[in-house]
Design a protein around this ligand. Structure first.
Ligand SMILES: C[S@@+](CC[C@H](N)C(=O)[O-])C[C@H]1O[C@@H](n2cnc3c(N)ncnc32)[C@H](O)[C@@H]1O
Length: 264
């Protein structure tokens, strides 16, 4: 029998987002008849998972992010995350970062996504509904205000970065090794061959030397776009900065893996 405790995380569904966008749009329309920016993003999600350079898929939750949550939950029994500084790149619904934020004490988790809409409509609400706004139970109870304040204080440390990985290293403002990240997480972000070097560059500059580690969850291959585990590993091996190990695999129609990058 499987005696693993179930992991309970809350997330906004695409339908919640569509509902909010539809409501906002009615309001926007009253103020400005030409304003359809939210609706445009909504339209894009109907037929496309990703539109390169416009919408990179962050409104929905991708399979590998659930693998990464599962892996982190196993690892949290042996790794002490306390006091760690964590960055989730290409976070979208951000379940891996949120899992750590909501289960570990005294950690700081920053989030990055390509689209501002994704951060505001999905990432931030998901952070809130898994922390300060997390439903407790149906029982009668008193809300522990001290616990809520502790939670809010921890959240105040989180930062949300919007934009392309190209400019991210400057924005992160990491002047000393101490300011860099102990752990970088990323799921389903190595599908595009053109973007892989940009993502790798952020990891290389933002990870704390010598003990920082990055966990990258991805499919072995992304058919039709060319990226995947193989192309990413080739880049790492050529650069001779990190060693890379496969720490998790999931057999599926397209195999899924988690890579661990650590400094050589
Ligand atoms: C397929 S979604 C995955 C979302 C989420 N990590 C998950 O697994 O559910 C890819 C994510 O990568 C990010 N992304 C892709 N290309 C990017 C780029 N060039 N610069 C910054 N972020 C990018 C987007 O933010 C997007 O949310």
């Amino acid at each position: 029998m499987d005696d693993k405790e179930p992991i309970v995380l809350y997330r906004r569904c695409l339908s919640d987002v569509k509902f909010q966008i539809a409501q906002n749009d009615e309001l926007e329309d009253e103020v400005n008849k030409n304003s359809h920016s939210s609706a445009k993003i909504l339209e894009l999600t109907v037929d496309n998972d990703v539109i390169h350079g416009i919408y990179e898929g962050g409104l929905k939750t991708w399979e590998c992010s659930l693998d990464l949550v599962e892996y982190l939950s196993i690892k949290s029994k042996e790794i002490n995350f306390s006091g760690k500084k964590i960055l989730e790149l290409g976070c979208g619904s951000a379940l891996p970062g949120i899992y750590l934020l909501s289960t570990q004490h005294s950690i700081c988790v920053d989030f990055q996504d390509y689209n501002e809409h994704v951060l505001k409509l999905v990432t931030m609400p998901n952070v809130l509904i898994n922390t300060v706004l997390r439903p407790q139970s149906d029982d009668i109870y008193e809300i522990d205000i001290v616990e809520e304040i502790n939670c809010l204080n921890q959240l105040k440390n989180s930062r949300f970065f919007k934009g392309d990985w190209n400019g991210l290293t400057n924005l992160l403002n990491l002047h000393s090794n101490q300011e860099k990240y102990d752990i970088i997480l990323s799921s389903e972000t190595i599908y595009n061959l053109n973007s892989i070097p940009k993502l790798y560059n952020v990891i290389k500059h933002a990870l704390k030397y010598p003990n920082g580690v990055a966990y990258i969850a991805a499919k072995t291959i992304y058919f039709g776009v060319g990226g995947g585990i193989l192309s990413f590993c080739q880049l790492i091996e050529q650069d001779h900065i990190f060693e890379v190990n496969v720490v998790y695999t999931k057999a599926a129609h397209v195999r899924r893996e988690i890579l661990k990058l650590s400094f050589l």
